[in-house]
Design a protein around this ligand. Structure first.
Ligand SMILES: Nc1nc2c(ncn2[C@@H]2O[C@H](COP(=O)(O)OP(=O)(O)OP(=O)(O)O)[C@@H](O)[C@H]2O)c(=O)[nH]1
Ligand SMILES: [Mg+2]
Length: 288
């Protein structure tokens, strides 16, 4: 009698994508972001990225800046090893629009990542994010895992304006690590979600590194919404985090490329447009 070892077949891809992306229409997608203007004059949309160490927060910022400035940009320093936390400072990134003194009316904020750490470190992280969301932290603040920003710190903003406050909170998660996320890190993410809810700030998620997580996406990024494996990861993250599936957006960041690619751009623009719409709704609700 022979041994019958069957290698399970990889799950099939869907014949029809479950979300539509206009792959050939990068220019019109870019134009719609270029045309974005907040209803209130002088207002900008502040987008805060947070999430586990090494998830791809800084890479997402570089990717968005590259797509909108139409050249590869690496302003936010990214991690080259998976062992050390790379971003330590709270940094605001503006995005140039045409000339050196013209900017898009949106800013992206980068911060240090969530680590397992001690219970105390994790609580401090949640408190820091809450203060960031309320606009109490100035650009350039260096995070200290041992204590939250003090009211006496030179980077503490005692009277934040609406432009200093965060208008959309974006959790950045590595798609290939959704099922490996520790209980501790997940707890921090849930606490931050609760704080955002208290403040009425909308919360969405970006699932990065989808090329690493799914071979069919690595082969062709246009398979993103045909991949059953990715859909399962998105559903799992939605259940774990409480973020609805329609507020979770997969992206592949630019990380080792030297040239932009139309399909990579299209997916980033699709996520960014959704983030802008959600943030703009929040701003309009606040100001009515
Ligand atoms: N293949 C692939 N690699 C990526 C992607 N996004 C990020 N990376 C890589 O993942 C690593 C971590 O990315 P970072 O952007 O530094 O992550 P981070 O969330 O800013 O990390 P911290 O600042 O340490 O919290 C880097 O080596 C990136 O090149 C992606 O979409 N695909
Ligand atoms: Mg970083």
């Amino acid at each position: 009698m022979g041994n019958y070892f069957f290698k399970p077949a990889p799950p099939p891809s869907l014949s029809e994508p479950w979300r539509e992306i206009n792959w050939g229409e990068r220019q019109s997608a870019l134009k719609s972001v270029q045309d974005y203007k907040p209803r209130i004059k002088g207002q900008h949309l502040r987008i805060l990225l947070h999430g586990p160490v090494g998830a791809g927060k800084s890479s997402f910022i570089n990717s968005v800046i590259s797509v909108l400035e139409v050249k590869m940009r690496t302003l936010a320093v990214t991690e080259s090893t998976s062992t050390d936390c790379c971003t330590k400072k709270y940094t605001t990134y503006k995005i140039q629009k045409g000339s050196p003194d013209a900017f898009y009316p949106l800013v992206l904020n980068d911060m240090s990542g969530v680590k397992n750490g001690t219970r105390r470190n994790r609580k401090i992280h949640v408190k820091d994010v809450t203060r960031l969301m309320k606009g109490h932290v100035k650009d350039g603040y260096t995070f200290n895992p041992e204590c939250k920003i003090s009211k006496d710190d030179q980077h503490y903003n005692t009277s934040p304006t609406v432009n200093d406050k965060v208008h959309v909170l974006v959790s950045v998660i590595d798609a290939s690590k959704v099922s490996l996320m520790s209980h501790e890190v997940l707890e921090v993410m849930l606490d931050i979600r609760e704080e955002a809810k208290e403040l009425g700030i909308p919360h969405v998620a970006i699932l990065t590194q989808i090329d690493q997580a799914c071979p069919e996406i690595q082969k062709d990024i246009k398979n993103v919404y045909r991949s059953i494996k990715l859909r399962e990861k998105m559903e799992q993250f939605s259940v774990n985090s409480g973020i609805p599936l329609n507020s979770i957006f997969p992206v592949k960041n630019y990380h080792d490329e030297i040239d932009l690619n139309g399909d990579v751009d299209s997916l980033i623009l699709s996520a960014l447009r959704s983030i802008i719409n959600i943030g703009e709704d929040f701003l309009n609700r606040k100001n009515t």
